[in-house]
Design a protein around this ligand. Structure first.
Ligand code: OGA
Ligand code: MN
Length: 203
């Protein structure tokens, strides 16, 4: 990853609680990841996403309508490369902001036309480990009128929208930044992930 872009990204995150950067990852990799997400969807490997964790997890189409598949090491060259790059970003975040991020979890997400994810926070009551959310978009030639923006609600009362354009990476603080995914008129693909701190396990 380009050092200068990385600095800007991390500075913005520290200053505003969110950051976005276009073309920070190789374009060829972005295309491979998009193709892979489509392939996984075509094979029927994506499943309806739930809300909450573990046994508290529920399918709630009224809240979120995406289909997902978690990344595991060894699934493909492209997904392994993405995990490597996110690990570089994790270390850079730790060096710059002393966040103590320990790992990164991530899934492909596909929103069919008309589906959405209502306003929410990414830190669950029963999982306080998620610290920085990272969404990487995979959609070539996205137009604003197609909808599908990620809308962020910073604490100062402003609103910010990120278009899910291929090559855009968005970061925000998982516990503090309410956000939602607006419905789109076309299929919307992304890799959505979370840098996590060591947790306080509940026994
Ligand atoms: C999520 C989420 C944002 C996006 O999956 O929790 O908020 O832009 N995704 O896809
Ligand atoms: Mn979210």
């Amino acid at each position: 990853m380009n050092e200068l872009s990385l600095h800007h990204l991390i500075d913005d995150l520290a200053a505003k609680g969110w950051a976005q950067r276009h073309l920070i990852l190789p374009q060829a990799l972005t295309r491979e990841l998009a193709a892979e997400c489509r392939k996984r969807a075509h094979r029927g490997e994506l499943s309806a996403a739930g809300v909450g964790r573990g046994s508290a997890q529920q399918l709630q189409e009224g809240i979120r309508g995406d289909h997902i598949q978690w990344l595991e090491p060894g699934q493909s060259e492209a997904s392994d490369r993405y995990l490597e790059l996110m690990d570089e970003l994790r270390l850079a975040l730790n060096r710059a902001l002393f966040l103590g991020l320990e790992d990164f979890e991530c899934h492909f997400a596909l929103y069919a036309p008309g589906t959405f994810y209502l306003r929410h926070l990414d830190r669950f009551r029963d999982d306080d480990r998620r610290t920085v959310s990272a969404v990487f978009y995979l959609n070539e030639d996205w137009q604003a009128e197609q909808g599908g923006a990620l809308r962020l609600y910073p604490a100062d009362g402003s609103e910010h929208e990120v278009l899910p354009q291929a090559g855009t990476l968005a970061l925000f603080l998982s516990a503090d930044m309410p956000h939602e995914v607006l419905p789109a008129t076309r299929e919307r693909l992304s890799l959505t992930g979370w840098f996590r701190r060591r947790g306080n396990e509940v026994w």
